[in-house]
Write a protein that binds this ligand. Sequence first.
Ligand SMILES: [Mn+2]
Length: 317
Amino acid sequence: MTSPSKYVFTDIHGQAKQLETILKKINLQSDDELIFLGDYIDRGPNSKEVIDLLLEIQSKYKSTFLIGNHEQMLLSYLEGIDNPLRNSFLKNGGKATLDSYRDEQNNLKIPINHVNFFYSLETTHQDNDFFYVHAGVPNLPLYEIANEDKYKNDFLWIRSPFLFSDFIWEKKIIHGHTPMKTVDLQRNRIGLDTGACFGNVLSCLDLTNNVIITEENNEELSSEMKHHLREKNFYSVFSVEIGSALKEASAGMEVGNIRNYSAYHIEISYNREQASFLQENETFDIAVLDKENKEHCLTMKKIKNNPLEMKAILKTY
Ligand SMILES: [Mn+2]
């Protein structure tokens, strides 16, 4: 028995054939898991067929379906609300979606299970290692934003501020929305949209076996990329080695663990890659998060590996 695989897909955009080809290639087992990051519809020719395939997957496998900006536009359109989203639906490939739902008499017929599917989509998802979202996230720690509706616009639409951000979130972000030539594996995020609806390939990330699967080929990640994918960005100060200096500096401050931050007001994390090379007095970045005042969130502050200096900085929060 092999262990179950976890597959991530995004931005299928009506390309049912590409999705079908990849699904055939990966030969799903009953305990495999699939995560879809939204934009199932629009632009490509077979949106309805894509949703049929996803519903079939949903009935057979452990699966998560996130909402993309195109599903959001479709829902606005269907609800008939006169807002900018509704108006942009048809301009952004929505006509192809509606056409895929027309019968021979040209009547628009969207099955109720499809409508329910669109309404059931989740906004974000996370597991132990990764945070999944359609477009991206703002420069704020995930524990503050994950379930906050006010960031939905960013989750579904964000581009450059996120794509060029050097913010290090608690988990790597896996996202779609902005097409790239190849899967975009960065230190803090993985962009999986490879522009299937623009004549390029659809990419599926097999997180269990570290393989990028397209309808054309399977490409195992290089060992460097695998390391990149798995490296943990954040460690609480108490869990790791750097820092006797930091530990000493924060003594009595009850620095918490980032995943378990119940009672306290300040949290310090740092990047392990930097920490393992750190010399005494060397400058490095830490994230200082003030939990009592959620608006006041400082990130990636320059700090010297020196207890006195650390203490002075920490005291100001
Ligand atoms: Mn999108």
